[in-house]
Design a protein around this ligand. Structure first.
Ligand code: ZN
Ligand code: ZN
Length: 290
């Protein structure tokens, strides 16, 4: 084949290949019934699982993997609540999570305390998502004694009871909102970065029955400043979730905390990615996304 014809032939094949790729891409994106790229990636094992891969129940609690930080999402058919946003850089991840639930807005945004690893993504998130109600405490806010009662699927209620902080404390971590979510027979405790001081106050203020929870979001990313044996024993969690970054600089979670939590089933975002717990108000089911 003369040189000039060979070059033209190669060029034609390249153009044809490009056109075919564009057609294939458009078909994947727009034709009804064809798998999405997400489905193809998932089938090839190239994508971590998302909420769409699990069967949801009445109440879903997501412990979003935001690296070294905290971000929890509480979902029922009636209400979407976000507790903390994780550090800067997670707004898109939160928006994607909402999209997976078919949501464009958050009904309640709650910040446990204003450290970057809990509030850092809020400015970006506010630009992306509608937020109806905000509960953002400062270093003087005492929330104990307040209870939010919210419907779950129209008839049953869940309650969010704010247990702490009870007193003002010089450490912002010890001013973390401590929230107990109760739905029928199940309960979840969210502790932000509450340390031994605030745990001690909670122990002195409430009967153990008030603190007792099925699922404990372990305080301060598994630091040994938190999760005193007395507090963990009062909460008596069946499951403990540690929200922590892989290979973080702090050595979290601490070995001593893991020992204190030994009687609970421990889930860690650094090992499992985003952790999802669903419940009908009686049984609890855990999934992870890795
Ligand atoms: Zn923190
Ligand atoms: Zn903190």
């Amino acid at each position: 084949m003369p040189e000039i014809n060979r070059k033209t032939a190669i060029k034609t094949i390249k153009i044809l290949a490009a056109v075919l790729l564009v057609i294939f891409t458009l078909a994947i994106e727009y034709l009804p019934g064809t798998p999405s790229w997400d489905d193809i990636y998932a089938a090839a094992g190239l994508r971590t699982k998302t909420i769409k891969d699990f069967s949801l129940s009445d109440l879903t609690v997501v412990y979003l993997d935001v690296g070294q930080g905290d971000c929890e999402f509480i979902y029922t058919k009636d209400t979407a609540i976000l507790i903390d946003t994780g550090p800067y850089g997670n707004a898109q991840k939160i928006k994607d999570l909402l999209r997976d639930f078919g949501l464009t807005k958050i009904n309640y945004l709650i910040i446990t305390h204003q450290h970057d690893d809990h509030i850092g993504s809020l400015p970006d998130l506010e630009q992306m998502v509608e937020i109806e109600n905000r509960i953002i405490p400062d270093e003087n806010t005492k929330m104990s004694g307040i209870t939010l009662t919210l419907p779950v699927d129209g008839d049953e209620d869940m309650t969010l009871r704010f247990l702490g902080p009870v007193y003002k404390n010089d450490s912002l971590n010890n001013m973390s909102l401590v929230i107990k979510l109760t739905y029928k027979e199940t309960s979840f405790l969210f502790t932000g970065d509450a340390e031994a001081d605030e745990e001690g106050t909670l122990l002195r203020t409430y009967d153990a029955e008030v603190l007792r929870s099925d699922v404990l979001k372990v305080g301060h990313h598994g630091s040994d400043s938190s999760s005193t044996p007395a507090f963990v024993s009062a909460v008596a969690p069946r499951y403990a979730v540690i929200s922590v970054g892989a290979d973080n600089d702090y050595g979290h979670p601490c070995r001593s905390v893991l020992t204190t939590l030994a009687s609970a089933e421990i889930h860690r975002t650094d090992l499992e990615g985003t952790i999802i717990c669903t419940t009908d108000g009686s049984a609890l089911t855990f999934y992870n996304t890795k």
